[in-house]
Ligand binder design. Structure first.
Ligand code: SF4
Length: 76
């Protein structure tokens, strides 16, 4: 389960985030590139928050598919 207290500081402000357990596999940034990107540090971040139901569905799918459960949607 993701941990909002470990939220990476590069995430765009808002509910969705990636935490520091991300292993940089690239799955989320490949499946939802408008929402997630790999940062220079090799971990994914939320580049911008989902802005439509379709984007929320993509982010939710990425949350479910992340192999280390680093994506959360309970942040601020
Ligand atoms: S799917 Fe998970 S582990 Fe892979 S890059 Fe995205 S947040 Fe990181």
């Amino acid at each position: 389960m993701s941990d909002k207290s470990s939220r990476l500081p590069e995430n765009a402000r808002g509910a969705w985030y990636v935490d520091s357990n991300c292993i940089g596999c690239g799955l989320c940034s490949a499946s939802a590139p408008d929402i997630f990107e790999l940062s220079d540090g090799g971990q994914a971040i939320v580049r911008r928050q989902p802005a439509s139901p379709d984007e929320t569905d993509l982010a939710t799918q990425a949350l479910n598919d992340c192999p280390v459960q680093s994506i959360g949607n309970d942040g601020e």
